[in-house]
Design a protein around this ligand. Structure first.
Ligand code: ADP
Ligand code: MG
Length: 525
């Protein structure tokens, strides 16, 4: 997103020296012995329950492999839906022409156009825009949501410059990345199974989302053909594979999480011998629904019970960006009630649950700017509470007084003069929750790799294999990336890990969807 858009979304971000002074939070002297005594057992218990030593990781990886097999054997055979993506040939590099992509992820939607120049020129030009989704649309009607998306797309199409050109006789085509569980019925149609990531839009579940999109295109008079429906994992795999043929798996770690991989047709019993040209296809695991062997705590169970989809998406709720900050808030709430961690009175804002929308105010500013620039939003967003980007900033605070931790506690939770001891404990809790999530994500990746390796020995571990990673959480959280890779290395061992490359693919998802639109174009054979 451009800076201009970020400002438009988040309101005024003017930073003044006066505001900086107002926001500086003095550090109180150390936490009292009594305060510490009450907190210590809660922290100890949390760490014990979140611990992910090798046997726990191994169990998760093995269960992931087993659940994948069960989901491939029969529909409904496991938590993992193992959905056929209908993508059985990945982009080759020969794709030519102008193509669009639309990506509805959770926090934002993105639109992108790309001019493809074939094997030699590859990507001649590309442009994208990002718009945050207003909270009310998450609970509105299908028409409202799709009209909002299409009007954003229409504005973007209008701005198409002469750098981009349609081939004669063709019309604009778009790849639609829709990152919610869909039962795919062909490459350009699929039925929404259920909303996830806090969405509760009425009237969409059970419907073909391409039909919903087409209806909105008609309502708004935009003439564009939807040629591919994919989710973000599949489009990331396609986008990354375009540059590197050793990419076999893609994983998304953003608001939610998912993974997909290249599978052999003969390893999919539920296909019952249906013919597939290339002998390979991409399977969308929908791994957010995985649940076996996860080390969960009372905080996870409470969060799950109070969520709009209790008992579902447990892996997603343990490892993805929408939930990590919320888990930490729940831990802090318990500690603050049981002790004087944050002073004598309980900070009321600790009771405000996380809302996905607040995040769009701040994320891009985190990415683009000096950390201080974001702080004016704390004045502007009364309901601001702790979220995953805050954990990231707090974990990276290596100042002596942990100033940033102090600022975030003050800005999000109303804790005005936290002690250094309290700040250290908060950092420790962030680390515990993030380490658990990222190591479990790493175990999930190993589960996929070892499943494919077991089916065809040497195909994965004895040659270069790339796992394409994308999503805001993975992209912006260095500790998360570090712990994830560490867990993969622990599980695989040094020698095998040398062949496995876990690589971030920037914008792979948008380009991938446009490439799949090109590969499935009505106008280019
Ligand atoms: P989506 O998943 O909605 O398609 P993204 O892939 O951009 O969108 O991921 C956005 C999510 O990534 C946010 O909801 C947040 O959880 C996480 N995130 C974004 N920025 C950061 C950051 N600086 N630190 C940690 N997590 C972040
Ligand atoms: Mg996304």
């Amino acid at each position: 997103m451009s800076r201009a858009t970020a400002v438009a979304v988040g309101g005024s971000f003017s930073t003044t020296a006066r505001r900086r002074r107002e926001l500086a939070v003095p550090v109180r002297c150390s936490l009292s012995a009594a305060g510490l005594a009450a907190v210590a057992p809660i922290l100890r218990d949390l760490k014990m329950k979140c611990d992910t030593p090798l046997p726990v990781l191994r169990h998760v990886a093995d269960s992931m492999s087993a659940d994948m097999r069960a989901g491939l054997a029969t529909n409904g055979g496991s938590d993992l839906k193992m959905i056929l993506s209908y993508v059985d040939s990945l982009p080759t590099g020969n794709e030519l022409g102008l193509f669009y992509a639309l990506d509805l992820g959770g926090t934002n939607f993105r639109v992108l156009r790309v001019q493809l120049g074939g094997k030699e020129e590859r990507i001649i030009d590309t442009e994208f825009e990002q718009v945050s989704i207003p909270q009310e649309l998450m609970y509105g009607t299908t028409e409202e949501l799709f009209d909002f998306i299409v009007s954003g797309l229409a504005r973007f199409v209008e701005k198409e410059s002469t750098k981009f050109h349609l081939a004669e006789g063709s019309k604009r085509e778009i790849g639609f990345t829709f990152s919610f569980p869909v039962k795919q019925t062909s490459i350009d149609s699929g039925i929404l199974i259920k909303w996830t990531k806090g969405f509760a839009v009425s009237g969409t579940a059970g419907r073909d989302v391409v039909v919903c999109l087409n209806e909105a295109l008609v309502r708004q008079g935009l003439d564009i053909r939807v040629s591919a429906l994919v989710n973000d994992a599949v489009s990331t795999l396609a986008g990354a594979h375009y540059w590197d043929e050793d990419v076999k798996v893609a994983v998304i770690l953003g608001t939610g999480t998912n993974a997909c991989y290249v599978e052999s047709i003969e390893a999919i019993p539920k296909l019952q011998g249906s013919a597939y040209g290339s002998g390979k296809t991409i399977i969308n695991i929908e791994w957010g629904a995985f649940s076996t062997g996860l080390p969960l705590t009372e905080f996870d169970r409470e969060m799950d019970n109070e969520s709009i989809n209790p008992g579902e998406q447990l892996f997603e709720k343990t490892i993805s960006g929408m939930y990590l900050g919320e888990i930490v808030r729940r831990v802090l709430k318990k500690m603050a009630k049981a002790s004087t961690l944050f002073g004598d009175s309980f900070p009321e804002k600790l009771s405000v649950p996380f809302s996905l929308r607040q995040i769009s105010f701040i994320i891009e500013e985190y990415i683009l700017n000096d950390w201080m620039v974001i702080h004016p939003c704390y004045h502007e967003t009364e309901t601001m509470t702790l979220s995953t980007p805050h954990l990231c900033t707090m974990q990276q605070d290596d100042s002596g007084d942990l100033d940033k931790v102090g600022l975030i506690l003050s800005g999000t939770l109303g804790v005005k003069n936290s002690s250094l001891g309290a700040r250290k404990i908060v950092q420790d809790i962030c680390d515990t929750i993030v380490k658990r999530g990222s190591r479990l994500a790493g175990a999930g990746i190993v589960g996929i790799l070892q499943k494919v390796e077991q089916d065809s020995i040497g195909q994965i571990f004895q040659k270069r294999t790339v796992v394409a990673m994308d999503g805001g959480l993975y992209e912006h959280y260095p500790q998360y990336r570090h712990y994830l890779k560490e867990a993969v290395a622990e599980l695989l061992g040094v020698e095998v890990f040398k062949n496995v490359f876990i690589e971030h693919t920037k914008d792979g998802s948008g380009i991938g969807a446009a490439l799949l639109a090109a590969a499935n174009s009505k106008y280019f054979a």
